[in-house]
Design a binder for this molecule. Structure first.
Ligand SMILES: Cc1ncc(COP(=O)(O)O)c(C=O)c1O
Length: 419
């Protein structure tokens, strides 16, 4: 019997939940990965906005190797230093007081947001959360209910009740959707899976005002856009440098470079009175003992990974690099004036390229412009991430060099010109 290939193993034994590309990757270094045949690729997907430091970053490798040799897991029945230090670092980076909670993924971090909002609204019977068209909040039942895209919900009814969707960047629609049952508004400052759609500054300011006027929580999902990708620690500050602050935030993806870790932060605003009329203290203490938890969340290995990634982003000046090289990529793509490109959107190293049909068949998934372009770029040695039918995303490591950015631009120009 010949040894089965990696494709054979997947076909036979792995559930077909993903529309995967037939590319088996074996190793990575910096902004490059290599497949099993030894072919190299410039990785401008970074595991879908995850590998902020690129692959095999020496600081991360050293930190997790040393921690793995010392203590991997203890449960949350006990204290471990890395979790305490990571919580402090996140609270310091947000800069608004409050406290953090740790879990394992973005969907799970968002579950924490929904539960926080429901607990906040429980004395007044409020539970509805307003979210947005084209948003994405994860694949749990809560996550698909919160997500403003029909395709993730099909076949999974009944969904979790209490989510209302309105068009993104449409303040009048948000205002009209607020009812006596509304407790929170949840948004991605830059929608990622929806195709890189940044919130406008006026929209963010307006949503904050509506929250203040109606005693609603402003929840931000920074799972994809957070911790440096937009050129700031907090994506909302890239959009509105001052004045707009959230009440609670979720993160995952880029927080630990691929080591599974999610986080939730809640601020110190009052939780208001409970059903008994007593003050419930600050929001960050509302989820008290026994209300929420997870076995692995923030274990010493995961927290060490998060600490080492966030510290390296600061030490290596990667916020500035994301701003400078993000602008360079966007301006260079604009200057190319390629007929294949319908529009360009981006903040920092989150860039969406919306494609025209040009020379690309439509209809079957294989024929969608986003998939055809992703495959053609892959064949030319550049990995990008498709988004919907006609957008491809550039989400490279935050430490890409100018030479790597120019190499990617050259490949994009060649492939999209041919299209
Ligand atoms: C904005 C946003 N929220 C939540 C999620 C879900 O994160 P995870 O896949 O880690 O559960 C994603 C994943 O793409 C995301 O982009």
């Amino acid at each position: 019997m010949p040894t089965p290939s990696t494709s054979d193993l997947y076909r036979e034994y792995v559930m077909p939940t993903y529309g995967r590309f037939d590319l088996a990757l074996e190793r990575g270094e910096g902004s490059r990965v290599w497949d099993e045949a030894g072919k190299g690729y410039l990785d401008f997907g970074a595991g879908i906005a995850v590998c902020s430091l690129g692959h095999s970053h020496p600081k991360l490798t050293k930190a997790i190797s040393e921690q793995a040799a010392k203590l991997v897991h203890t449960s949350n029945l006990y204290l471990t230093r890395p979790q305490g230090e990571l919580a402090k670092l996140i609270v310091d980076l947000v800069g608004l007081g409050g406290k953090a909670f740790f879990c394992n993924s973005g969907a799970e971090a968002n579950e924490g947001l929904y539960k926080l909002a429901r607990k906040f609204g429980s004395p007044t019977g409020r539970f509805e959360i307003i979210t947005f068209t084209n948003s994405f909040h994860g694949r749990t039942l809560g996550g698909i209910s919160a997500t403003g895209q029909e395709k993730v919900k099909t076949g999974f009814a009944p969904l979790v009740e209490g989510f209302v969707h309105v068009p993104f960047n449409d303040l009048a629609a948000v205002r009209a959707a607020i009812t006596p049952k509304t407790v929170a508004i949840l948004l991605e400052p830059v929608q990622g899976e929806g195709g890189i759609n940044p919130a406008t500054p006026a929209f963010l300011r307006g949503v904050r005002e509506l929250c203040d006027q109606n005693d609603l929580l402003l929840l931000m999902d920074e799972v994809q856009c957070g911790f440096g990708r937009t050129g700031d620690w907090c994506a909302w500050r890239t959009i509105t440098p001052s004045g707009v602050e959230p009440d609670a935030v979720s993160w995952a993806k880029g927080i630990a470079n691929g080591f599974p870790l999610g986080a939730l932060w809640a601020g110190s605003r009052s939780s208001g009175a409970g059903a008994d009329g007593n003050d419930r203290g600050p929001l960050c203490d509302l989820l008290g003992p026994g209300t929420h938890g997870t076995t692995y969340g923030g274990n010493p290995l995961a927290a060490t990974a998060g600490l080492s990634v966030l510290r390296a982003i600061g030490e290596e000046g990667l916020l500035e690099n994301a701003r400078i090289l993000g602008n360079h990529l966007l301006e260079s793509l604009e200057a190319m004036q390629l007929p294949a490109i319908r529009s360009l959107r981006g903040v920092g190293l989150m860039i969406g390229i919306e494609l025209n049909d040009l020379g690309l068949k439509s209809g079957a998934r294989e024929g969608l412009p986003s998939i055809v372009a992703t495959k053609a770029l892959m064949a030319a040695g550049l990995l990008v991430i498709p988004s919907g039918e006609r957008t491809i995303r550039l989400l490279p490591p935050l430490n890409i060099t100018r030479a790597e950015a120019d190499e990617a631009l050259g490949i994009l120009k060649g492939v999209l010109t041919a299209a």
